[in-house]
Design a protein around this ligand. Structure first.
Ligand code: CP
Length: 303
């Protein structure tokens, strides 16, 4: 039995498929406004040490939709400010009989540490530059909805791969599910060793985009950079951004995704983000459905 959900690196093809399948029925219930009882009597805490709009709210909505009680802790207003350690916070939440903790942090690996010290299920809501597994699940769910199958799908991920936990989780998940992953990024924003994971690196935007079924823009993560990794925002936008001129050479039905929050005019232009090819708002809806699926499966004991 699996207690926690910490990343897609170690998640099997079978489990990813099960979560994506369960998300279909969860989305149906969500759209019909049907409340479910899967988590009745369970207590879920969102422990967010970093800012979030989508992930925190969608976990809270998903938990409520499944009849759990939810509470949230933000670092700015918690006893972390008084020097409490993560493990002491974990002990406090355990003493309050918390069943699941969704954690976001700037520290890669912190959810893994917490998971070893609490009886509650720990879910990674994004840890540093490591992984953001539920974002990748909702991205893959959106791709399946729009394109039918991940196997053989050509997915280009463009932008700041080095600092992106979304990119890492998508790479682990998509490769496992049989997609072809191309990365477009300046060399200074690519971690070493990616080719060994089965992805293709491309430095030319037209080559990276023209055969893609899906193009995913990544947020440029200025808060995780020391600066100097690319010459200018306008050059970055022209060479690695999702710009309007790409519609001259991409497939007409290319699916545009972005995890949000977007830096319009930097990694994605409004003409692309708001185009009919874009499913960026549907990604947000799908985030609730996918998190409902994950929470319900976790409560049953993931295998
Ligand atoms: N995609 C994502 O993680 O968004 P938030 O930072 O708003 O949660």
């Amino acid at each position: 039995m699996q207690k926690d959900f910490l990343g897609l690196r170690d998640t099997s093809y079978e489990l990813i498929s099960e979560i994506l399948n369960r998300a279909k029925s969860m989305k149906q219930s969500l759209l019909c406004g049907e409340k479910l009882n899967n988590l009745a009597g369970k207590s879920i805490v969102t422990l967010f040490y970093e800012n979030s709009t989508r992930t925190r709210l969608s976990f809270e909505l998903a938990a409520k939709q499944l009849s759990a009680t939810t509470s949230s802790i933000a670092a700015q207003s918690s006893s972390v400010q008084k020097g409490e350690t993560l493990l002491d916070t974990g002990k406090t939440l355990s003493a309050m009989r918390t069943d699941m903790i969704v954690m976001r942090t700037s520290l890669s690996g912190a959810p893994h540490l917490l998971s070893r010290h609490v009886p509650a299920s720990v879910i990674n809501g994004g840890d540093g530059t490591n992984e953001h597994p539920t974002q990748a699940l909702l991205d893959m769910f959106t791709m399946v909805e729009k394109k039918g199958d991940l196997r053989g799908l050509n997915v280009t991920i463009a932008g700041d791969v080095l600092h992106s936990r979304v990119a890492k989780s998508n790479i682990f998940g998509l490769i496992k599910m049989g997609a072809n992953v191309v990365l477009l990024s300046p060399g200074s924003l690519l971690p070493p060793g990616l080719e060994c994971m089965g992805v293709t690196i491309e430095y030319n935007k037209k080559k990276a985009f023209q055969n893609a079924d899906v193009i995913m823009g990544l947020r440029i993560q200025l808060e995780r950079q020391r600066g100097g990794l690319f010459p200018s925002v306008s050059e970055y936008n022209a060479l690695y951004g999702l710009t309007e001129d790409m519609f001259d050479y991409v497939k007409p039905d290319v699916l545009i995704l972005h995890p949000g929050p977007m830096n319009r005019g930097v990694e994605i232009d409004s003409a692309v983000a708001d185009s009919t090819n874009s499913a960026i708002e549907e990604q947000v809806t799908n985030g609730v459905a996918v998190r409902m699926a994950l929470l319900s499966l976790l409560s049953e004991g993931l295998s």
